[in-house]
Design a protein around this ligand. Structure first.
Ligand code: AMP
Length: 184
């Protein structure tokens, strides 16, 4: 199965994606994690990405599309977390999946109230020490999400592939809803 998890920063895509991937035996492809790992290794890709990540901006489409494309053909079952974040990326994903004849099954939107998102990100900042979880960058990431990533919801909604899940409540509750949203 090919699944996309979408939602704003702090919606729980990572937490839910890791668990879902283990339980349905899929590869969890989280672009933020991939870029952070590259940055820690000090690769050219990592150095480039860090300049954008630290500001809360998106890395250029062609860069991230290249990263995902290279990994897509490695597996049949994949959960994409944090990708696509622009309509250009969503179109590129459809094209790439079409080429390998494994179309997307569903895009699941995890919907969380704005106030709750901010509280979660502040909590995460103190636990994980992520350089982009400081108040200024969080604000920028929210703005970037509203402007560049929200149109992706419509892209999937209009093509009848989007399911919406209430992301409020405990991680177990959200996980239960997520499982129900998966196609048979
Ligand atoms: P995340 O861990 O998903 O919140 O991603 C952290 C940061 O990585 C984002 O704020 C972006 O700078 C970058 N990033 C992750 N995924 C993408 C993507 N699909 N397109 C562009 N930038 C991305």
């Amino acid at each position: 199965m090919r699944i996309v998890l979408i939602g704003p920063p702090g919606a729980g895509k990572g937490t839910q994606g890791v668990r879902l991937a283990t339980e349905i035996k899929s590869v969890h492809l989280a672009t933020g994690d991939i870029l952070r790992a590259e940055s820690e290794k000090g690769t050219d890709l990592g150095k480039l990405a860090k300049q954008y990540m630290d500001k809360g901006d998106l890395v250029p489409d062609e860069v991230i599309i290249g990263v995902i494309r290279a990994r897509l053909s490695e597996t049949d079952n994949v959960i994409l977390d944090g990708f696509p974040r622009t309509v250009t990326q969503a179109e590129a994903l459809d094209n790439a999946l079409e080429e390998i004849d494994r179309p997307l099954d569903v895009a699941i939107y995890i919907n969380v109230d704005q106030d709750e998102l901010v509280n979660r990100l502040i909590g995460r900042a103190s636990r994980e020490n992520r350089s982009d979880d400081n108040p200024e960058t969080v604000k920028r990431r929210m703005t970037v999400y509203a402007k560049q990533s929200e149109p992706v919801l419509n892209y999937y909604r209009l093509s009848g592939r989007m399911k919406e899940v209430d992301g409020m409540g405990t991680t177990n509750e959200v996980y239960g809803r997520l499982r129900k949203a998966l196609p048979d």
